[in-house]
Design a protein around this ligand. Structure first.
Ligand SMILES: Cc1ncc(COP(=O)(O)O)c(C=O)c1O
Length: 285
């Protein structure tokens, strides 16, 4: 990605180096904005309807109308992704409340939302992630209460991820009131006695698009699963732990808080669902 990369800003496609937003934008001043990250495999947007539905839900939750219709989103995103025709990429899009005349917390009337989107080629996932798995640590969930909204106010997630990084881990698994909710930027799955368990949707976690797909794939493969609270202690005794996201797919956790999970190896069920996930992606290419 360089400054000539073409991005979308408020109805125009222009070079990244020329994209500017005013300092009075409420996304900048208050984090008054929401976002989405949509992968595109071979240039084809993956689970687009599900991402656009979550975008709609996030907008509704912060009392904003969707500034574009479904066909308008589709057409804008299609134009953006043709830049890297046929390549795997991810699209970041953000909608802010817009630019207001003064800095006032209360929601102003009659402002025009700011829309920004950028496509970036997908960096190939390091094969070691799948050969050896990743390390994760558990941390106190310091985020706010509406984690189901894909809001850009990500300072807690930034600090949590940084702590994980400084402790040699790739992700933090967040614990609230004794329950493991999700990763700082991923959803959580454990395998316990042959059954996949993932925490149920609610205000304390993001309804991940990859999470839902994984449950569909588990159902197709007739692997038992349930959506149920995961107690922090269940992580210690889990046979397998996985973390999922649109950009990192399904990551097997093989070290948690410096203890091995599944003898430090990606597990059998992870391999099964990983293979199904890759096959599903290939069908869409
Ligand atoms: C907090 C959080 N949970 C879960 C996810 C996974 O969501 P998805 O699979 O839709 O990318 C993300 C993605 O960035 C996230 O930030």
């Amino acid at each position: 990605m360089n400054s000539d990369t073409r991005v979308y800003l408020n109805g125009e496609f222009l070079p990244l180096g020329e994209a500017r937003i005013p300092v009075m934008d409420r996304g900048f001043l208050f984090g008054d904005s929401i976002y989405e990250v949509i992968p595109a495999y071979g240039g084809r947007l993956f689970r687009l309807q599900q991402h656009l539905q979550r975008l709609e839900n996030s907008l509704h939750a912060i009392q904003m109308e969707n500034p574009l219709s479904q066909p308008e989103w589709e057409s804008m995103l299609a134009t953006l992704t043709t830049q890297y025709q046929g390549e795997d990429q991810s699209v970041y899009l953000q909608v802010t409340r817009g630019v207001a005349p003064s800095r006032d917390h209360a929601i102003p009337e009659g402002v025009t939302p700011t829309l920004f989107a950028i496509a970036t080629p997908f960096p190939a996932i390091d094969p070691q992630v799948y050969e050896r798995g990743i390390a994760a640590i558990t941390l106190d969930d310091i985020r706010w209460r509406f984690c189901n909204i894909k809001a850009t106010t990500l300072l807690p997630n930034v600090l949590l991820r940084q702590e994980a990084k400084e402790r040699g881990a790739m992700e933090a698994i967040l614990i609230r009131d004794g329950l493991a909710m999700e990763g700082a930027a991923s959803n959580l799955f454990i395998v316990d006695d042959g059954q996949i368990i993932t925490p149920p949707k609610g205000e304390h976690l993001l309804p991940g698009v990859t999470r839902d797909l994984l449950l569909e794939l588990a159902a197709e493969a007739e692997i038992p699963y349930c959506e149920a609270p995961v107690r922090a202690e269940q992580l210690d005794s889990a046979d397998e732990i996985w973390l999922t996201s649109s950009t990192r797919e399904i990551m097997p956790v093989t070290r948690l808080d410096d203890r091995p999970i599944n003898n430090g190896q990606p597990g059998e069920l992870w391999q099964k669902l990983f293979d199904r996930f890759q096959a599903y992606k290939e069908e869409l290419r």
